[in-house]
Write a protein that binds this ligand. Sequence first.
Ligand code: ADE
Ligand code: ZN
Length: 377
Amino acid sequence: MQGRSEPVAAEAAASADGPVPADAPVSIGGRRSLSDLPKAHLHLHFTGSMRHGTLLELADRHGVRLPDVLKAAAPPELRATDERGWFRFQRLYDAARSVLRTPDDLVRLLREAAEDERAEGSGWLEIQVDPTSYAQRLGGLTITVELILAAAAGAAWAAGIGIGVILAANRTKHPLEARTLARLAGQYTGRGVVGFGLSSDERRGRAADFDRAFAIAARSGLAAMPHGGELAGPASVADCLDLLHATRIGHGVRAVEDPALLTRLAAAGTVLEVCPTSNLALGVFDKAEDVPLPRLREAGIPIALGADDPLLFGSRLVDQYALVRSAFGASDAELAELARSSARGSQAPDSVKAQLLAGIDRWLTGPGPASPASTQG
Ligand code: ADE
Ligand code: ZN
């Protein structure tokens, strides 16, 4: 099983192990550094972004007994395509979340997430969180949101990246809770909150029950970014479009089962936040080559790669680009295009988008990897 990876080491390992021979021409699977590729990270969960070492340290500090599999150096074996598998994933996720107890814990998590993103070339991060799960310990929902936003702003400043927060309702809880969250989220439009999401098990919470929450968020100017088409099929993606007016969809990969839906997503320019290692870890697809990235791209759908929950899946954003390089033989030009889609699909200010896009062009047109001849002198 794969061990947990630190950002830069992960890329080195992925490049070294990839199938592209060292002397391959740059145009067919070049080897420019993927952590030097500027990008936006649009699909990262709050607890799921935690460093493993931090999880262990905070558990120790707060006297939280973690399940053994969370203490292990390797990420847990998961398969969430049936109810029991999802329940196990959720149980581990909840256990990890329970170590985040004080304002300082949130500050630390965001500081480290920002540092890790910076180290792997993200100039912009959108991190999603359901604040209701922390609110009880931290003194209420509003104070929790304010703490998260202040911590995100501080972490962004210190790391030299931009951070937007997506407040995400849990689709297995009551829709009224989602409406409360949407109202609160709307109060922070333009002040750190950049979107409204919907997470957890698609098979249990129907999009139809959350249309009013999304309408509230939309009235406050927030973009809709629900999960869909991960554990459920294309109908779930269509519901995200029809009922929640999604401009971006978390995962959405199972749209591939419906060609008409692919055409629709492409025509609307809906961004799919594709998280390959998450899909493999949760059993949505059996092997990397089965992730339908090439078909989604051929259909003309903009894709932003995301890591989802590095803590539980053992890999970060650069690993997603490395996987696309190794599984599909993607060229540097194709990887640059994925990075462009992430920047364009983000809620970053135009100036940040422009900076990212210029950096991506420089990455691609600058000197490629040293050829064997030049490294030999
Ligand atoms: N929350 C955290 N990870 C998730 C995933 N992969 N799908 C839905 N909700 C999630
Ligand atoms: Zn997710």
